[in-house]
Design a protein around this ligand. Structure first.
Ligand code: NAD
Length: 336
């Protein structure tokens, strides 16, 4: 019976993995979560949660025992600031995680395996203008990703393809385009643009200093997809027959300046943007969702404004908890 199917979610202590455990439990699955750490912001909903380092072969064998399906989300990752400054570490850690997890899944007779790749695999030269053409799945080749993070994702995509062809394991590959939402990292250097923006605006509201820093001129463009749409899409892809890489994201492109304005409006404050040097990634990026619609008969439905509104409220409450107590804690954090 499908409701008794046992699944493994790796990276279950992370942002998307923790939401996915909740979603799969609601669908009636038995869920094992594995990560280096427990989820930071709420208890995991997984039936079983094991702390394991998936760079290790023995840990991967343990993680994949007795499950029929694997959602492989574990990765050493972060926003542009992190990805652009840790190439060797990311390539080494993520290669080990993905080589060992997939091979262990094969040894343990896992039937279906969903790998989470990224829009970062697309060639840099297709993303040099703010008003870019949305990226189609076939644009991945000839390959020229910007960072080691993208190169590793591309190789792991190919590993999944070969394991399906050579060993018959039903692999699925998703390419996420900027997923955001509550209960994700919002400070410390690994946070991504929407969370960082919500934090900056919440701090501006808290301190009364409405000047916020934006990396570059803020005209770089992206599309942003809310977490509830992301886990819905992941589940639909796992259940589908489609085994080639598939984009999963929104196809509404906004500039980082516009993102700041939307968050400021949600917070009910006006902003002064200070543009500073900083890692910006590619100049423009958007998802072409033609294949997503065709394959899944579905596409992300939650608007950027609705998703950001929920996310902002959560991050504002986290900022309040952390920095709202006294002037002292603000100046300790270097933000006073
Ligand atoms: P996240 O950093 O919140 O979660 C990744 C989790 O993997 C973390 O909890 C981390 O502790 C865990 N991990 C790292 N090394 C590990 C190891 N050696 N053993 C076990 N666990 C380990 O990131 P996320 O946003 O939830 O992303 C999930 C997946 O989706 C990742 O593979 C990521 O590359 C991919 N992705 C995410 C986005 C996005 O916008 N969030 C975009 C593209 C791709």
């Amino acid at each position: 019976m499908e409701s008794k199917t046992k699944v493994l979610v790796t990276g279950a202590g992370g942002f998307i993995g923790s939401h996915l455990c909740t979603y799969l439990k609601e669908k009636g699955y038995w869920v094992r979560g594995v990560d280096l750490k427990y989820p930071e912001f709420a208890e995991s909903d997984a039936d079983e949660f094991e702390i394991l380092d998936l760079r290790r072969w023995d840990a991967c064998l343990q993680a994949t025992r007795g499950v029929e399906e694997v959602y492989a989300l574990a990765a050493d990752m972060g926003g542009m600031g992190f990805i652009s400054a840790h190439h060797a570490q990311i390539l080494y850690n993520n290669s080990l995680i993905n080589l060992h997890t997939l091979e262990a899944a094969r040894v343990n007779n896992v039937k279906r395996y969903l790998y989470t790749s990224s829009a970062c695999i697309y060639p840099e030269h297709l993303q040099e203008e703010t008003n870019v053409k949305p990226l189609k799945e076939e644009d991945a080749y000839p390959a020229y990703p910007q960072d080691a993070y993208g190169w590793e994702k591309l190789v792991s995509e190919r590993l999944c393809m070969h394991y399906r062809e050579d060993y018959g394991i039903e692999t699925r590959t998703v390419r996420f385009h900027n997923i955001f939402g509550e209960k994700g990292t919002w400070e410390g250097g690994r946070e991504k643009a929407p969370a960082a923006m919500c934090r900056k605006v919440a701090m501006a509201k808290l301190t009364g200093d409405h000047e916020i820093e934006i990396w570059g001129d803020g005209e770089q463009t992206r599309s942003f997809c809310y977490i509830d749409d992301c886990v819905e899409g992941l589940f639909r892809l796992m259940r589908s027959d489609f085994h080639e890489p598939l984009n999963l994201g929104q196809d509404r492109m906004v500039t980082i300046n516009q993102l700041a304005d939307i968050v400021a409006e949600i917070a009910g404050i006006s902003l002064e943007k200070k543009h500073i040097d900083g890692p910006q990634g590619v100049r423009g990026r958007n998802s072409d969702n033609d294949k997503l619609r065709e394959v899944l008969g579905w596409e992300p439905e939650i608007s950027l404004e609705d998703g950001l509104s929920t996310t902002y409220k959560w991050i504002e409450s986290e900022v309040q908890k952390q920095y709202g107590k006294s002037e002292q804690s603000l100046s300790n954090a270097g933000m006073g």
